[in-house]
Write a protein that binds this ligand. Structure first.
Ligand code: M6R
Length: 609
């Protein structure tokens, strides 16, 4: 959580820092701050709330300087306040530092530092870093003081630090929280991800855990924890600035919902060989012999990516014949998972930085399992740490509520199913059928998006309700979960996702005219059972919004409202049925005048455990 930016070069730092923070706001937005260095020392400003509050606060102030660091916060230690906002500094107000991560042993370090006379001015874990660097810097040069400090720290960090009496350098370091260095023509920009960098350059270096970099206007030097210089590879960013901006939509979430046909198309492009009924996954080439002999797959992920994993389980078991378990990454890592060389642990993560998913992958590696990834952000930590994997190519997802990454994940899971299935006993005919249907999905999503006006009306009609059920069976049970998550995270309504069949085992007690049900009732192998469930809800005066297959006249007579999706292969229905639920959640929240891109208490990328 939290986003950090730093700049050193020939331009004014402040506009670059503020712009960078805005692009990192998805990582946290409860307070923000910056420190800028000029010939007269360091100027620091902080504000509670979104970055625009900070921007308004400094508007008109003469803040000059071409070296600076900045931070947008998602509170972990200490409430959102100016006092707790970053940058934090030492007693002498000489060393300033921004941090993304958690210092687990900060209490002990703080107690030791207080005994030495250090005075703390915040409740954060981060502040110990500035004081510890100060303490060491009494004896050794600044960079060595940073090393020594980090050697005493337990936890995770991406840090950037500046020093008033050493104004020509920024020192940055990473352990567990991402840091990317952008190489500009006349300087450098450092950030938690490429979003603030992409408008300035497409040349970047990804720092690894245990690495520190000293950056001046002219050059950078990366050193690893063994104090050896590291020759870093320069990577090219393949996202354009335009892709990362709103393109005229009110919210990133809407833009990203609308981009789904393209996102799915990009995910399958060049990978689906329809004529042969196979998927070519270049990222799995090197491990293809191992995947052929896999006996089990364990999918680890969180939130929306977890629900994608649940759909993957149905796909893998039905069509590839591989036992598949899906685990919340946050639980997997604390259990004693039984893994072996014939098991693959597959991480699904949009950001590639989710701390729980990363920890699960590390645990799986220790236990000898093959680790695989389905990741959207190129060069992210999970992408780099897994043995092999497939990138989504869905483009940047900025809205906190995941939408296009989800449908993209589902399409990659369908490709995985083809890949694994055809390595086993999936027939050519079945492979071809899946490939043909998958290829049609982008066009089918477009037809659903055209109904957004209808869905908007339905969402408006129900937006005064504070409790809703989302119910579905088989492939659409995870979609019910995802529909409920979308609604709760952006509208703050209480939404419960359930397998339809479970309703009669307890939750049905809640049904009355004030507790509407969104029922996913597409024409598939469980359609009749779902229809019985809808009857049960109606018999208890429950209102039903049905998500049905185009042409289903029968259902329209039974329910209060209906949205229709086109017919496809049962295993691919989630790629369609989720879209109206995303639109429903979006309009429901917009109708309540909520900031859908930045819902309260959340952050896009959860890099804390
Ligand atoms: O980046 P990841 O896919 O690993 O993120 C996992 C979850 O944090 C994420 O899906 C979260 O649940 C979203 N806010 C859902 O919209």
């Amino acid at each position: 959580m939290c986003g950090i930016v730093g700049y050193i070069g020939n331009k004014e730092a402040l506009p670059i820092l503020i712009d960078g923070l805005k692009r990192l706001e998805y990582r946290g937005y409860d307070s923000a701050g910056f420190s800028v260095l000029n010939g007269n020392g360091i100027m620091t400003e902080k504000a509670v709330g979104k970055v625009v509050e900070l921007e308004n606060k400094v508007n008109g102030k003469n803040i000059k300087g071409s070296v600076g660091i900045a931070h947008t916060r998602w509170a972990t230690h200490g409430k959102p306040s100016e006092r707790n906002a970053h940058p934090h500094c030492d007693c002498e107000k000489n060393i300033f530092l921004v941090h993304n991560g958690i210092i687990e042993n900060y209490k002990e370090l703080k107690a030791d530092l207080e005994k030495l006379g250090h005075k703390f001015s915040s409740e954060t874990d981060t502040e110990v870093l500035a004081h510890l660097i100060e303490e060491y810097a009494k004896q050794v040069p600044w960079e060595e003081a940073v090393w020594r400090t980090l050697a005493h720290v337990q936890g995770t960090y991406g840090i950037a630090t500046i020093k008033a009496d050493d104004p020509e350098r920024i020192i940055v370091a990473r352990n567990g929280s991402p840091l990317v260095l952008g190489i500009l023509e006349d300087g450098f920009i450092i950030a938690s991800d490429i979003a603030p960098i992409v408008r300035h350059t497409d040349r970047v270096i990804y720092l690894e855990d245990g690495e520190m970099a000293e950056i001046t206007k002219e050059k950078y030097e990366v050193i690893n924890f063994k104090r050896k210089k590291v020759a870093k590879e320069i990577s090219k960013i393949d996202w354009t600035l335009e892709e990362a901006e709103k393109k005229g939509y009110d919210h990133f979430m809407m833009k990203e919902i609308m981009e789904q046909p393209e996102a799915v198309e990009n995910s399958i492009r060049g990978r689906l060989v329809v004529g042969e009924g196979i998927a070519k996954l270049g990222g799995l080439r090197d491990v293809a012999e191992r995947t052929r002999h896999l006996k089990r797959i364990v999918i680890v992920s969180c939130g929306t990516s977890y629900y994608a994993g649940l759909v993957g389980k149905y796909m893998f078991e039905e069509y590839a014949g591989i036992r598949t378990d899906v685990e919340y990454a946050s639980e997997f890592r604390y259990r004693k998972p039984i893994l072996d060389e014939e098991t693959a642990v597959l991480a699904i993560s949009q950001s590639g930085e989710t701390a729980d998913t990363l920890a699960a992958i590390r645990e799986a590696k220790n236990k000898g399992a093959l680790t695989l990834g389905i990741v959207n952000v190129v060069g992210s930590t999970i992408a780099r740490e897994t043995d092999a994997g497939v990138y989504n190519h869905a483009g940047p997802e900025i809205g906190v509520a995941s939408t296009k990454a989800f449908t993209s994940q589902l399409s990659i899971l369908a490709l995985f199913t083809l890949f694994l299935g055809r390595q086993r006993d999936m027939s050519y005919v079945m492979g071809k059928r899946i490939a043909e249907e998958l290829e049609k999905i982008p066009e089918l999503i477009k037809t659903i998006l055209k109904q957004s006006g209808e869905i908007k009306k339905i969402a408006k009609k129900y937006s005064s309700f504070s409790n809703l059920f989302f119910l579905g069976r088989k492939y659409n049970f995870p979609i019910a979960m995802e529909g409920a998550l979308k609604l709760k995270e952006i509208s703050y309504a209480h939404a419960e996702g359930y397998p339809f069949g479970e309703m009669k085992h307890g939750p049905i007690a809640l049904i009355d005219k004030n507790f509407p049900v969104v029922a996913i009732a597409t024409k598939d192998s469980v359609y009749e059972k779902t229809m019985s469930g809808i009857q049960e809800v109606k018999a208890r005066s429950g209102k039903v919004i049905a998500l049905a297959t185009k042409g289903d006249r029968e259902i329209q007579k039974m329910v209060d409202d209906a949205v229709f999706v086109p017919k496809t292969l049962e295993m691919l229905t989630p790629l369609l049925s989720v879209v109206p639920l995303q639109l429903f959640a979006y309009y429901f929240a917009v109708n309540k005048s909520l900031d859908v891109d930045k819902p309260r208490n959340l952050a896009k990328s959860v890099t804390v455990e």
